[in-house]
Write a protein that binds this ligand. Structure first.
Ligand code: NCD
Length: 352
């Protein structure tokens, strides 16, 4: 693995290696104090973040490396009209690894085409968030011993929630997982992921009620309704507050259920759930730091490789208004095939 853009691209053996390294770090952090000594991480956050930004920074510092970057794009030259390509070429010249979060779908993929150092996708719009997935898988494996064979409920905004999209891509690499996709019809998973699940033989049930399925779950993954992704604010008003997990609802759940959440929470988990031993979302955030340490210990130490020439495009590749190709017109017209459908290689939207 050179870049981490989409968890789907990570071979299962590489995930196993990454997890094994995360475990070694958790068990003996002192042995990793110099794992990134002399290395520099660039942290480009074009969207708000607390956990992802801070856990990447602390991960690098705990490995003996250093960090620079911005958390407010208004303080970067993007505000002066600089293209993503130019920003990345500069930043990759200063850093050994680039971590980026953007509101544009496919932006990390686009950046990886021009970067001579590894690029890590820390969230690209409503598309993917693979290091939240390394966090989630680390949490499940550490607390349950294995990911195989679990019944997993994904609840909330499955349309816009990039953490859910990445997790689905990842769970295709494990065995015997049963999915309950719990969302109102307007927030159901995108078609490309429904196709992905069918193509990969992942059994799933789409339901709109949380209460009836709670007793069957080993993992309940709650998500926030992603207000910032709604084009129509009235639509958000209709959807907000649709699921609220309370202590009384948990009474019918399994004793060893894991209640997870990528955080931030708005109101989808009542505060009285926090003290239930099954609520692991704050521990999950800490596992995120360890899984990012495991990732940086590898990627920040990779050699610089000059990327090859990239074909110059002349306009948007796809119709998705949030695709990076809508604003960065020089990007090459890359397409890929997924489940017999031609898709944009940046944002996964169908092309035809
Ligand atoms: C998530 C994100 O940014 O997608 N947060 C995170 O990285 N832990 C989830 C969210 O914002 O709802």
């Amino acid at each position: 693995m050179r870049h981490l853009i989409d968890f789907g691209d990570l071979p299962r053996e590489e995930w196993d290696e990454l997890y094994a390294r995360a475990e070694r770090i958790m068990d003996a952090p002192a042995q990793y104090l110099d794992a990134c000594r002399g290395k520099v991480m660039a942290s480009l956050f074009y969207e708000p973040s607390t956990r992802t930004n801070f856990s990447f920074q602390t991960a690098m510092l705990r490995l003996g490396g250093t960090v620079f970057g911005f958390a407010d794009p208004k303080s970067s030259s993007t505000a002066k009209g600089e293209s993503l390509k130019d920003t990345i070429k500069m930043v990759a010249g200063y850093a050994d690894v680039v971590v980026m979060r953007t509101p544009w779908e496919g932006a990390a993929k686009a950046a990886s085409l021009y970067s001579e150092v590894p690029v890590i996708n820390a969230g690209d719009g409503g598309h993917m968030h693979p290091t939240q997935t390394t966090t989630d898988l680390t949490t499940i494996t550490r607390l349950r011993g294995s990911v195989d064979g679990l019944s997993v409920g994904l609840c909330g905004d499955l349309k816009n929630g990039r953490t859910v999209h990445s997790l689905i891509k990842a769970l295709a690499k494990f065995k015997d997982i049963r999915f309950f996709l719990i969302a109102p019809p307007e927030l159901a998973i995108p078609d490309y992921l429904r196709r992905f699940m069918k193509d990969n033989g992942m059994p799933f049930l789409e339901v709109s009620g949380l209460d009836p399925v709670i007793p069957q779950l080993d993992v309940l993954y709650m998500t926030r309704i992603q207000r910032e992704r709604f084009i129509d604010p009235l639509e958000y008003e209709r959807c907000k507050g649709v699921y609220i997990l309370t202590r009384s609802k948990l009474a019918r759940a399994r004793k060893n259920l894991l209640v997870m959440h990528p955080l931030p929470r708005v109101d989808e988990i009542a505060v009285d759930v926090d003290d239930d031993p099954r609520a692991v979302y704050f521990e999950q955030a800490r596992y995120g730091m360890y899984s990012r340490m495991a990732l940086l210990a590898d990627l920040a130490n990779q050699p610089r490789i000059q990327p090859g020439p990239v074909e110059i495009g002349h306009g948007p590749v796809c119709h998705n208004p949030r695709c990076i190709t809508q604003t960065e017109h020089y990007l090459p017209p890359l397409a890929k095939e997924a489940g017999g459908v031609r898709c944009c290689a940046f944002c996964d939207a169908p092309l035809d």
